[in-house]
Design a binder for this molecule. Structure first.
Ligand code: ADP
Length: 397
């Protein structure tokens, strides 16, 4: 046999059923015939190219791509193991079964390590058909898995792109809407001031509605802008001392705390790796809500944090009106509220901002609550890389 190889086939007698293209790396013509016969006996309709060296092998891989490669380990001109290297180099997914006279355990293990699917001894060729079927089955499963993974990756990419587009849209829209809206607000206010009592009573009312609507829209747009800015902020995370954040937030909320008589108790809090302003925003929104959605009793709000496996778990609990479990997810969606603005003021964006910030740092946020039983808002922030290492060192000490 020359290096160009030989083509053998079994389809000239009875009518077997499973079509198979095999590429045999074999120097012994009789052995090649025996291999084909073993396959034919097991109802494979096999066509096979037989080659003995790297050049012919590589050429056949491309001109007549096989379903399976059956390679003898001991060849005079080439090493059987190189077959595996060529297939890897060419980036192909073709099962290779070593079909060989004798193969020590160590060599067999090495072949499998290098990527062979199986090995079959020449004096046990009856095992070959099943080995091929298994290899083809595994290849099919691999391809299916790869396809599912590719589809998933594509979907994730599309989703990320459409999220980025949406975010960009929300940002541009809310940013650019501010300017004309400022005009509307300013002129309706001016109309109100200048013509109040000079037109009829309905006109005063209409101007009042228009002015109120424009102001509300301004707040909505500012909130939306704040929401879309969360993802845009590029500042690198730093160590943020949550005790300091809590002090600031209590300062900002002084009038709400005093008016409601709220008692805020706060345990010693850790530092987290994040953006200071964003952490403050989360605390402020949650504590602000705990005061706003108070019940009949004086608000009692507690803030604490506990270290879990790889994260900090923060809890901000109140004794307010609580939330029915069926709304526990909805409230984190932009503009979702459970009350009218006359009952409780707000736009329904505070918790959506908290969620976006927490998730940006790889954490989660949720609420545990029952109506009239108060609420516990909980969120996690993963430990920073260096803190994780400290953890490991402590565990080893
Ligand atoms: P807003 O406060 O402007 O309504 P949020 O996004 O902060 O918007 O909250 C969404 C909704 O979640 C609120 O309208 C309220 O129904 C519910 N909620 C939030 N915090 C609390 C709380 N501490 N107790 C009870 N309900 C709450």
């Amino acid at each position: 046999m020359g290096s160009a190889g030989t083509r053998l086939a079994t389809q000239d007698t009875a009518a077997p059923n499973a079509m198979l293209r095999a590429l045999l790396v074999e120097d012994n013509a009789l052995d090649a015939t025996l291999v084909l016969r073993a396959l034919y006996k097991d109802s494979f309709d096999v066509t096979a190219d037989v080659v003995q060296d790297e050049a012919a092998f590589t050429q056949r891989l491309h001109t007549n791509p096989p379903d399976v490669v059956l390679a003898d380990y001991n060849l005079p001109n080439w090493e059987g193991m190189q077959v595996l290297a060529v297939i890897r180099r060419e980036g192909l997914d073709i099962p290779v079964i070593m079909v060989t006279g004798a193969l020590g355990d160590v060599t067999a293990v090495e072949c499998i390590k290098q990527g062979a699917t199986d090995y079959v001894l020449k004096d046990n060729l009856a095992r070959l058909p099943e080995a091929i079927r298994r290899a083809l089955r595994e290849k099919q499963e691999r391809q299916l898995r790869r396809q599912v993974e590719d589809d998933l990756a594509k979907k994730a990419e599309e989703l990320a792109r459409s999220n980025a587009d949406l975010e960009q849209f929300a940002y541009v829209a809310s940013h650019d809407l501010q300017e004309p809206l400022r005009m509307v607000t300013a002129y309706t206010q001016l109309l109100g001031e200048r013509y109040k009592g000079r037109l009829d009573e309905s006109a005063d009312k209409f101007i009042g509605y228009a002015s109120e609507g424009a102001q509300r829209m301004q707040v909505l747009i500012q909130d939306l802008l704040a929401f879309s800015r969360v993802g845009r902020k590029e500042s690198a995370p730093t160590s943020v001392d949550c005790n300091a954040v809590m002090k600031e937030v209590q300062q900002t909320l002084t009038s709400a705390i005093q008016e409601s008589g709220a008692v805020v108790t706060c345990a010693d809090l850790p530092a987290v790796w994040a953006d200071h302003t964003q952490v403050a925003q989360v605390f402020q929104n949650l504590i602000g809500n705990a005061i706003k959605f108070r019940g009949k009793e004086t608000p009692a709000i507690s803030v604490r944090a506990e270290k879990q496996d790889q994260q900090w778990l923060f809890t901000i609990a109140d004794n307010g009106i609580g939330i029915a479990p069926e709304y526990a997810q909805n409230i984190f969606v932009v503009f979702q509220r459970l009350h009218t603005r006359t009952e409780y003021p707000g736009n329904g964006i505070g918790l959506a901002i908290c969620k976006k910030i927490v998730e940006r740092y790889g954490g989660k946020i949720w609420v545990e609550s029952q109506p009239d039983r108060g609420s516990a808002f909980r969120f996690t922030i993963p430990l920073h890389g260096s803190e994780r290492n400290d953890e490991k060192r402590e565990a080893l000490a």
